[in-house]
Design a protein around this ligand. Structure first.
Ligand code: HEC
Ligand code: HEC
Length: 377
């Protein structure tokens, strides 16, 4: 509080010039010390951090973090991409690195799916069939910057970034075609900006990030919401809770029944929900040759996810289990943006359970799950 009052005085002083010259001179040394000691300069630093996230291009193609992570849900939808293209086809979102062919001829995929090109180096024992390339490029949806920067430690759908600074450095180099590299100080500020007030889906999550109580599953009001809740209650019957457990609903629980031979302890973060397997986004299927001690294994997938980070065949098509807090607002869903609506998401899980459990979800079960998901703000 003291720091805040002081910084307000400093700001007022800066804005109004403080009027009386003697006063300005006398106050100056004390003000500087207070700024340093009490973080009175916080406000200025916060403004600098905000500017780095929203305006700084690092001498690149005009993009900033805010180009893809909007100030509403921290993500990007096809509707937003289309509206921006209509308004200004030269909007920095539309840069040739994210065009259909990589050279800027058309932007159909970005406009229709809001997916961005993501390039991942290949693990040493992996290669692309018929190619000497040492990296692979796929398209993924923009994950939301709500909640996750404060409440997770691993980032991206495949968990390749540990720490927000390394994530920001990766983002600048992947998307900006930068003319200069961010400094460590700038990366720290970008990280801290994503942990400020507006980067949460609700007060509950903001409080949790600041030492408050863990968010708990809301009881639900309607019969449908109450039935929907049971899918998330940590139990053998709460099937969504098998993978969406823990305070952030983003880790496996002890009830998960893994396929034979796969050991997935409670608290694990990576699993396959069959998004790459079903490939409803209709992405090009890539063929990889993976050298193992017992011979070459061929992997075919539009996006093998975690396996490209670990090199492990057991991780093929596994992705980070995302939090469900606030997720009803951050569609499209899944790493490839294949679920356009929450109904698509429920249909996806119906198809998933048809394979895993032998039965689809009824229309009523799907409606219950969707109704409840909307309460997880
Ligand atoms: C051209 C679009 C684009 C720009 C610009 C961009 N991002 Fe992203 N961001 C993405 C995409 C796509 C993903 C998901 C990629 C993946 O999972 O592999 C992502 C993921 C993230 C995540 C991870 C969220 C999670 O759930 O793990 C964070 C944090 C993030 N971006 C922050 C930033 C910051 C900070 C900047 C600016 C330095 C930035 N992004 C610039 C497209 C963009
Ligand atoms: C076997 C583990 C598993 C189970 C069971 C599971 N999920 Fe998921 N869920 C995941 C993984 C992994 C992802 C990320 C998938 C991807 O993007 O490829 C995910 C993603 C999601 C997303 C998308 C979030 C976003 O921001 O894009 C929603 C919504 C979701 N799950 C809801 C549910 C619901 C509802 C159930 C129960 C009907 C459920 N999940 C059951 C593992 C699971």
């Amino acid at each position: 509080m003291r720091a805040l009052v002081r910084s307000c005085c400093i700001m007022a002083c800066v804005a109004m010039g403080c009027g009386v010259p003697e006063l300005e001179e006398a106050a100056a040394p004390e003000v500087a010390t207070a700024e340093q000691e009490l973080g009175g300069g916080d406000l200025l630093l916060k403004l600098k951090a905000k500017r780095l996230f929203e305006k700084e291009t690092f001498g690149g193609n005009g993009r900033t973090c805010a180009t893809c992570h909007n100030d509403k849900d921290g993500a990007l939808s096809p509707a937003e991409a289309q509206a921006r293209f209509q308004k200004n086809p030269h909007d920095p979102l539309f840069r040739r690195i994210d065009s259909d062919d990589g050279v800027g001829t058309s932007y159909t995929k970005l406009l229709n799916d809001a997916t961005i090109r993501v390039t991942i180096p290949l693990p040493s024992n992996w290669s692309l069939a018929g190619s000497t390339a040492r990296s692979v490029t796929m398209r993924r949806g923009v994950s939301s910057t709500l909640n996750v920067p404060s409440l997770d430690t691993i980032f991206m759908a495949d968990g390749r970034n540990v720490g927000l600074e390394s994530q920001a450095l990766g983002a600048v180099n992947a998307h900006y075609q930068p003319g200069r590299q961010p400094t460590a100080n700038e990366l720290g500020l970008i990280a801290s900006h994503q942990q400020t007030f507006s980067f949460f889906s609700s007060p509950k999550l903001r409080q949790y990030a600041n030492g408050g109580p863990e968010p708990v599953l809301p009881p639900g009001h309607t019969q449908s919401e109450k039935r929907g809740r049971l899918w998330f209650v940590r139990s053998a019957a709460g099937i969504c809770s098998h993978c969406h457990a823990g305070p952030m609903l983003n880790e496996t629980s002890e009830f998960l029944i893994p396929p034979p031979g796969v050991i997935v302890p409670p608290g694990s973060r990576f699993f396959s929900a069959f998004v790459s397997e079903f490939n409803k986004a209709n992405a090009p299927v890539l063929t990889f040759n993976v050298t193992t001690p017992t011979g070459t294994v061929v992997v075919q997938s539009p996006d093998p996810g975690r396996a490209l980070i670990t090199g492990e065949l057991g991780d093929v098509n596994a992705f980070r289990i995302p939090t469900l807090w606030g997720s009803a607002k951050t569609g499209p869903w899944f790493h490839d943006n294949s679920a356009r609506t929450l109904q698509d998401m429920a249909q996806h899980y119906s198809d998933y359970f048809t394979i895993v459990l032998g039965t689809p979800l009824t229309a009523q079960q799907q409606a219950d799950i969707v109704a409840y998901l909307k309460l997880l703000d």
